[in-house]
Ligand binder design. Sequence first.
Ligand code: NAD
Length: 445
Amino acid sequence: MTTHHPTALTSAGAAAIVGRLRTTFRAGHTKPLDWRRKQLGRLREFLVENGDAIAEALHADLRKSRAEVDTMEIGGTVREIDGLLEHLDGWLEPQHVPVPAHLPRGTSARTEYEPLGVTLVISAWNYPVNLLLVPVAGALAAGNAVVIKPAEQAAATSALLAELLPRYLDRDATAVVVGGAEETTLLLAERFDHIFYTGNGTVGRAVMAAATTHLTPVTLELGGKSPVFVDRDLDIDVVAERLVLTKFTNAGQTCVAPDYILTDPDTAAALEASLTGALLKRFGEDPKASDLYGRIVNERHFDRLTSFLGSGRTVTGGQTDRADRYIAPTVLADVTPEEPVMGEEIFGPVLPIVTVADLDEAIAFINDRDRPLALYAFTDSATTRRRLAAETSSGGLGFGWPMLQLAVSTLPFGGVGESGMGHYRGRFSVETFSHRKGILDVPLT
Ligand code: NAD
């Protein structure tokens, strides 16, 4: 694997990278299970051996705490790799299927996974290790060559990945290309056999448009406003604690973070006090001084987020410091759907509370909007859980603890509608990065 720096990448350079990987793929080097397992093992070694350097880069980019790096970036990716290593052989076994009785005696049918070829993984910046390497692990497990495009907004992490990954992975079958829109556009002009993009819907559309030229399948992992429905009569302190733990991780810059709360007026009032208390407990009197609290990735996102701070009534938070890219954990109450904070995905540490009369109104509110990446609910009622599952659509649905679905790689992860298409993690990654071939075998006599 070689590293290509932005200044170096030209259209001819992009063609050369993809051409080199295609030659490797065509020669069959990436197909044997041994090769795949070795690459996964090397990716795991990269993560385990470079924990300090990775943590340092993520601290520079997003002020991530070591605990968060260890659990979500390194730990989450290592667990994913371990799952692939443990189950890959079984998942790749041919699957025999029944054949109709009128076919000749002895006829058999089966499906087999075959690798797609040369793939492209384009990562977002908010979990710049996990969101890059989990799909890369899937592409390698499925026997593909892969062009790896880290997120340039997380500059220190991107530089580290570009420097170190080539020391671990097969250089003939993988390449790290660093850079932004310009470099990615050059790459997208090439023919890939699958493109896996994580980021926003606008760029997602550009990726999909580029893919049409070569009839390349795409996976788009996008975002959206993930609502949280909070039912009446719950232990509201538990709800508040879990909301704080999830919403304000990485300063709210998580694609599946709770975006806004939907609840009745009484519960909203109780939540105001509980959320304030839970924030104090987690980040102390001055969140700016807390090791557990992150920073906004850049000025553009900082300015976008501060424009939301005028919406509704500020319950707690609201303080900002542009030089430090700091926005205090903020809760807004009495927010109406027309206000700016409800107009787009927040992707930052601002949590609006919107009141609804009941579950019917909450379901209507959710269904009136784009299908979110995740929907969450806190409720004691089995009927409410059933109704939310049956009457709404979202990439995933979580009861009782937002974002914890990320710890379960036996669940597919992906969006629907505006929140994306396709899914990955575990065996779903193998499916995404493979072609499932149907094979019919009829005896000659
Ligand atoms: P972004 O789109 O700016 O960057 C993502 C990648 O796209 C980068 O690698 C970047 O180089 C590339 N890129 C940017 N402009 C491009 C262009 N014009 N052509 C080609 N490539 C281009 O990232 P963002 O929008 O700041 O990310 C935040 C969004 O991503 C949020 O909506 C969030 O919900 C979503 N997200 C989704 C997931 C998921 O797993 N579904 C995870 C993280 C983030």
